[in-house]
Write a protein that binds this ligand. Structure first.
Ligand code: FMN
Length: 169
């Protein structure tokens, strides 16, 4: 089974560090994503410090478990990567592909991860911007909480044949 079918959101983690080589491969996987017009608009903040993980855990009512993660990766996009508005419309797809690549690489590395929704929630975006001293023009897109899964897990099978249409709807 490949990473796509093994992946599920993991929210409880072992108290164990993730090796730096693995962290580098996670970010490398993110940077390997396809982007419209090959924009590659991303930057990343790696967060390992416990007090910074706690800050992320307070970003929203749905991010509490980040405080027990080994690390979080904040994905960011640079506004000036986009030539014009027409290019910018693809940003969310570019950054989602990047985020998903990191989630899948985490599975390959024996890690568990969960995507914490950030952009376009202004409150969360501004909160991270202030807490992590992110300059103007660089915008947080997602946070991925990562660690060794506390328990063995199995992904749900979400396949549903009725959603598939052939040739026309
Ligand atoms: C854009 C986006 C935002 C999400 N935000 C959160 C979040 O803030 N907190 C959380 O626990 N899970 C979050 N998730 C994970 C979803 O809850 C999860 O993917 C969904 O329940 C399906 O479960 P699975 O990932 O195990 O297949 C988010 C997922 C996406 C794609």
């Amino acid at each position: 089974m490949n990473a796509i079918f093994k992946r599920k959101s993991i929210r409880t983690f072992k108290d164990k560090d993730v090796e730096d080589e693995k962290i580098e491969r996670l970010v490398k996987a993110g940077m390997q994503a396809p982007t419209a017009l090959d924009t590659q608009p991303w930057e990343f903040i790696i967060v390992k410090d416990k007090s910074n993980l706690k800050i992320i855990s307070e970003m929203s009512p749905y991010s509490g478990f980040a405080k027990n993660a080994a690390l979080c990766i904040i994905t960011l996009f640079k506004l000036n990567s986009f030539r014009d508005r027409e290019t910018f419309v693809w940003m969310q797809q570019d950054m989602s592909a990047c985020t998903e690549n990191i989630l899948l690489q985490a599975v390959d590395e024996g890690l568990g991860a969960v995507w914490l929704g950030t952009y376009p929630d202004d409150e969360r975006v501004n909160y991270l911007g202030q807490q992590f001293e992110i300059p103007n023009g660089i915008i947080p897109f997602s946070v991925i909480a990562i660690g060794y899964p506390k328990e063995d897990y199995q992904a749900d099978d979400k396949f549903d044949k009725s959603r598939i249409h052939y040739e026309s709807y």
